[in-house]
Design a protein around this ligand. Structure first.
Ligand code: HEM
Length: 425
């Protein structure tokens, strides 16, 4: 009798799983949305741990060049990739009241992840965002200037004391800089990662950035600064190669020689004030090629009509494929070429709105953008004035570097090194 009962339960279960799976895999076909057939367990996530999600997003974009939406599955859960600037604008900005929340969440079981602004949702998000925005006002950023200057000088001392540049991992070097700047700014406790190469703060941040199955896709925002590390790596490399930067640099150096810039200390400011250096020093082109987040995720709080044919259900995760648009020749001709002149005044107006989204957009866009860019600009200007950057023979160039496969962010998965040749300014 028990045997019969167990067999009946098993048959029911298998039938239920089969019918459920059939309905899952027909989900996007029924709605006329293009898709690649899902895996029976992982859905569309078979790439996880094999390639960086940013790389996967580019591939998906290029595989479906003519469609504004692509259907995917997060295991068995249907989700949608958005590939046009028009839809990106609606989701991130125009209809943001529907798309206030992110799909990725720390979960309530995670005491840190659940309170993290990046992974928290309304109503808590509104409160946290208001408080955090107050930290990043222009006057507060100005007050942090001496700290950024001190740490930029320590960065140069560290480079000066380095014996063999080929062994110096740029990722570690700039992680130490960002740890010191943001650690001190955020927690009010001075850290000395640049001087010692070690800091307990980063051990914490590294743990935060690790892909951890138990914590799901939980990441940290206050600890966003490892992202800047990557940003430095990729910016530093192409700088030496642009004629355009050489031009800007030559003007500043000439001003120093003619005594227009009297004190060497003012060189950094002079370089920063040169309007035309913006695209290089700000790294806007770097962030086009290497946005740390290759997608921007949201979930609708109610059913949402995409067009006459498609309405997505409340709670369907939506991913704006920003990296795909960054690599689309329609918006950025010769997309693989590092060309900061795209963002020069005069060329800027050629950039279609909502095709360049390294910091996201709308009310949930990056709150630390100005702080991040200020720290990057200062460190890069200080470095560029002291050193020429030259490739080390045999060391990979940015275009050859593989991205980390296990992480969510687009970070170099390899040792990156560069030669720092002292300048005579
Ligand atoms: C180059 C550096 C950085 C880049 C490219 C970057 C990029 C991003 C992106 C793409 C988002 C998601 C935006 C969206 O969903 O629309 C984000 C969110 C966020 N970023 Fe940044 N970020 C950077 C640096 C920083 C820094 C230095 C901080 C803090 C000091 C920071 C704090 C945050 C926070 C708190 C959020 C969540 C905002 C919210 O959900 O309301 N970011 N960032």
């Amino acid at each position: 009798m028990i045997g019969v009962l167990i067999s009946a339960i098993v048959v029911c279960l298998v039938t239920w799983v089969y019918l459920r799976w059939r309905s899952v895999k027909q989900y996007w076909a029924k709605r006329g949305v293009p898709f690649l057939p899902p895996h029976a367990i992982f859905g569309s996530l078979t790439f996880l741990l094999k390639k960086n999600p940013g790389t996967w997003m580019i591939e998906m974009y290029q595989r479906f060049p003519k469609t504004p939406v692509i259907g995917i599955w997060l295991f068995w859960r249907p989700a949608l990739i958005i590939t046009t600037p028009e839809l990106a604008k609606r989701i991130l900005l125009k209809d943001h009241h529907v798309f206030r929340d992110r799909f990725m969440s720390g979960g309530t079981h995670d005491p840190i992840g659940s309170l993290n602004i990046l992974t928290t949702n309304d109503p808590l998000w509104t409160v946290v965002r208001r408080r955090i925005s107050a930290i990043f006002t222009a006057s507060k950023l100005r007050a942090l200037q001496p700290l950024v200057d001190t740490k930029s000088r320590q960065l140069i001392t560290r480079i000066k004391n380095t014996e063999d540049y080929s062994k110096q991992n740029l990722r570690k070097l700039f992680a130490d800089y960002t740890t010191d700047v943001f650690g001190t700014a955020a927690f009010g406790v001075e850290t000395h990662a640049l001087r010692t190469g070690e800091d307990p703060m980063r051990t914490i941040t590294e743990a935060f950035m690790t892909f951890d199955w138990f914590r799901g896709l939980c990441w940290s925002s206050i600890f966003f600064f490892p992202e800047l590390t990557k940003f430095f790596n990729f910016t530093l490399f192409p700088i030496w190669a642009t004629d355009y930067f050489k031009k800007v640099f030559a003007i500043v150096v000439a001003q120093r020689k003619d005594n227009v810039i009297k004190d060497p200390k003012d060189l950094v400011d002079a370089l920063l004030k040169m309007k035309q250096d913006g695209p290089v020093i700000d790294g806007v082109e770097t962030l086009r090629l290497y946005p740390p987040m290759g997608w921007l995720d949201r979930i609708p709080s109610q059913d949402y009509q995409i067009d006459e044919k498609l309405t997505i259900k409340k709670g369907t995760p939506v991913y704006v494929n920003n990296i795909g648009m960054h690599y689309d020749p329609k918006y950025f001709p010769e997309p693989l070429k590092y060309d900061p002149e795209r963002f020069m005044p005069g060329n800027e107006q050629n950039i279609t709105q909502f095709t360049y989204l390294p910091f996201g957009e709308g009310p949930r866009m990056c709150v630390g953008m100005r702080f991040g860019l200020t720290s990057v600009r200062h460190a890069l200007s200080s470095l560029a004035l002291k050193y020429k950057f030259e490739p080390i023979p045999g060391a990979p160039k940015p275009t050859e570097v593989e991205f980390e496969k296990k992480g969510l962010f687009l970070v170099p998965g390899q040792h990156m090194a560069i030669n720092f040749i002292p300048r005579d300014v």
